[in-house]
Design a binder for this molecule. Structure first.
Ligand SMILES: [Zn+2]
Length: 493
């Protein structure tokens, strides 16, 4: 093999980031004589090369939206970004690709700006040195109407809006450093006409009433990736209850469905207790489900407030165990994907594999649906999934115009299958210790496939490098430990 497995297994790329920082530095040097060109930059994500930006670390976002009372008109918005420079910067690249920018200030001084690809490139009056705080204030619109092939961002409900930014759509809503490796604190403020209720990630931090409008403010108590931001503006009701250890829960549901949805909403406390029994304490300040009257075709683990399609809960053909398992899937993401964010989008399997794992385990323990049968079926399909989507930790890039097409079976049941193989390989007790330790040590952080391998090896007391490599980076699914008789469907033919 022409690469060392170790290099191949590290999808990114402090090196790539360093190279990009170096190019940002050279841009800065040129700026002394001639204006630097505005070009889109990225943090070197293999799947989304222009996502994120080098040269700074965002500490907090303050998002201020004014909803006009129609989900077909742009919202007026003010986004304030507090960041720390990590390199000298003549230009500050932000991700922002949808909406009109009215003005930009850097540290209170007007700044020029230009679009370049999906970046908004800001030129402060003076180049910024490395290691200084900077505040960027942008007045802009945030447009919920998409005419091109954009996916995600604002989701229009029957009479309002919700948000679905994963993987790369937060920058259709607000200017940001749109990569999960740069988490930050969020304050979200929404002004809406009477009759609407606005809810966002985190906990309430005040409500101001004015004639005809109300302004709601929410604040996160933990850092969050831009892809996990949630803002619901709708004719909705907030249903409150208390979860394990006094955890405040709040669900956001269409007011007309409040009573019929209660049979589902009341399940959350026991589901949280179950997850806590598996991996330890719930990682955030609150939780709840946002049930949106919209056709999304997916559910999404937005931090502290998971987004669900109303249809999942009201269509009679979905069995109860299935709906339960989807609720647990999004809940499990609060630990796996939200509290512990992927370092790059190639680490997506860490999110989806774990969420699928707990979804399946919950079905086994509460609905008598054996995990082993599901994993045997997954084993049969795994080679086919790898052919379509790539191995779990080296997924194929999204199709053009279908960026969420990285969410393929290879990173769901295909990655849960790897976790099953790992449990077979190192034993149930080591596996359970690994899971708890993982979410504990990377809480509120960012972690990669290599980090998971390192911890697994440490806990197993032996180098699992070859095992991880074969399962996560190879075209063919390796033999299942303990089940040599399991065969892939392709091989059987
Ligand atoms: Zn998921």
């Amino acid at each position: 093999m022409p690469f060392t497995p170790r290099l191949l297994r590290r999808p990114v790329t402090r090196h790539t980031k360093a190279a990009l920082l170096a190019s940002a530095v050279s841009v800065c040097l040129i700026a002394a004589s001639a204006p630097a060109p505005a070009v889109p930059l990225g943090v070197g994500d293999r799947l989304f090369p222009h996502l994120g930006n080098p040269g700074y670390d965002v500490k907090s976002y303050d998002l201020d939206f004014t909803y006009p009372g129609s989900n077909r008109k742009p919202l007026e918005a003010v986004t304030t970004i507090d960041a720390l420079t990590t390199a000298p910067l003549a230009l500050i690249n932000l991700d922002f690709a949808h909406g009109k920018v009215r003005s930009v200030e850097v540290d209170g001084r007007p700044a020029d700006f230009a679009s370049a690809g999906e970046d908004l490139v800001v030129r402060p009056e003076q180049p910024l040195p490395e290691g200084v705080p900077v505040r960027i204030t942008l007045r802009h619109t945030s447009d919920p109407v998409y005419t091109g092939d954009e996916e995600g961002g604002w989701v229009r409900t029957s009479d309002g809006l919700a948000m679905a930014n994963q993987a790369d759509a937060a920058h259709l809503v607000f200017p940001c450093n749109d990569h999960p490796s740069d988490k930050a604190m969020f304050t979200i403020r929404v002004t809406a006409p009477d009759g609407y209720t606005a809810v966002a990630n985190g906990v309430p931090a005040g409500t101001d009433r004015a004639p005809g409008t109300t302004t709601w403010t929410y604040r996160t108590e933990h850092p969050m990736a831009t892809e996990l931001a949630q803002v619901s503006i709708d004719r909705s009701t907030v249903v409150r209850r208390t979860g394990p250890d006094g955890l405040p829960l709040r669900d956001v549901v269409p007011t007309k469905d409040r009573d019929r949805l209660e049979r589902w909403l009341k399940k959350t406390p026991a589901q949280i207790e179950w997850m806590e029994s598996k991996v330890g304490g719930y990682p955030f300040e609150t939780y709840g489900v946002l049930i949106a009257d919209a056709q999304t075709g997916f559910e999404l683990e937005t931090q502290t407030l998971s987004l669900f399609e109303r249809e999942l809960f009201v269509r009679p053909e979905y069995p109860e165990w299935y709906v339960d398992s989807i609720m647990v899937h999004e809940l499990a993401h609060q630990w796996f994907g939200d509290s512990v964010s992927p370092r790059t989008w190639s680490d997506l399997w860490l999110n989806e594999g774990h969420a699928t794992w707990y979804e399946a385990l919950y079905s086994e323990e509460t609905a008598g649906r054996p995990l082993q049968a599901r994993m045997k079926a997954a084993y049969g399909a795994s080679d086919r999934w790898r052919a379509v989507g790539g191995p779990p930790a080296a997924p194929k890039p999204p199709k053009a115009g279908q960026k969420i097409s990285i969410f393929r079976a290879n990173v769901y049941d295909g990655a849960a299958l790897f976790l099953y193989a790992l449990r077979q390989e190192i034993g149930r007790s080591a596996f359970e210790r690994l899971e708890r330790t993982w979410v504990g040590m990377h809480r509120d952080g960012v972690a990669s496939t290599a980090d998971f391998e390192e911890l697994a090896s440490l806990i197993a007391g032996r180098d699992l490098g070859d095992f991880f490599h074969a399962w996560l980076y190879e075209e063919r699914t390796p033999p299942m430990p303990g089940h040599p008789e399991w065969k892939s469907e392709a091989a059987r033919r």
